[in-house]
Write a protein that binds this ligand. Structure first.
Ligand code: GDP
Ligand code: MG
Length: 139
């Protein structure tokens, strides 16, 4: 069903800070069902593929280095209105601008090391989920 899935990663800063449990708890308590989940590590090349849409941006190389600096936790999440509701739960890209009580306000340390990823469209959620999970893992 369109519109009921999103893709997220707990990024290297939040994994290193032992916040996997706290962030996953917030996600579940907000009503998202975890459909698929995997702890893994990206190479700089693979991070570059994931963020290819940003390759002309000045922060692209730093972003690829950061995203390959440690382990990440990839998840596919299910909920009605998943994309918009999850973007609301994580807050603004820059934690300085994020609303109180959002994941990024609570756990991000900078505009780059901002704790979590959230897909921005149904189409990208599908592409990003398939970047990490096979069909049988996505069920
Ligand atoms: P998001 O959709 O809120 O994650 O933000 P974007 O899609 O615009 O950017 C992707 C990721 O690039 C962000 O989550 C940050 O990790 C990083 N990023 C975005 N803007 C900046 C920036 O101005 N400087 C740096 N260093 N990183 C940024
Ligand atoms: Mg984005």
């Amino acid at each position: 069903m369109a519109g009921n899935r999103t893709f997220t990663m707990i990024k290297p800063d939040a994994v290193a800070a032992n916040n996997i449990g706290a962030i996953t708890k917030m996600i579940e308590e907000a009503g998202f069902r975890i459909v698929a989940m995997k702890m893994t590590k990206l190479s700089a090349e693979r991070a570059g593929q994931f963020y290819a849409v940003h390759k002309e941006r000045p922060f692209y190389n730093d972003l690829c280095q950061y995203m390959s600096s440690g382990h990440i936790v990839a998840m596919i999440l299910e909920k009605d209105n998943a994309i918009a509701d999850f973007r609301k739960l994580i807050g603004a890209t820059n934690p300085a601008d994020a609303e109180e009580g959002t994941i990024r306000k609570l756990y991000a340390t900078s505009i780059e090391a901002n704790a979590v990823h959230g897909s921005d469209s149904d189409e990208n959620a599908q592409i990003e989920g398939s970047f990490f999970f096979s069909d049988i893992e996505k069920f």
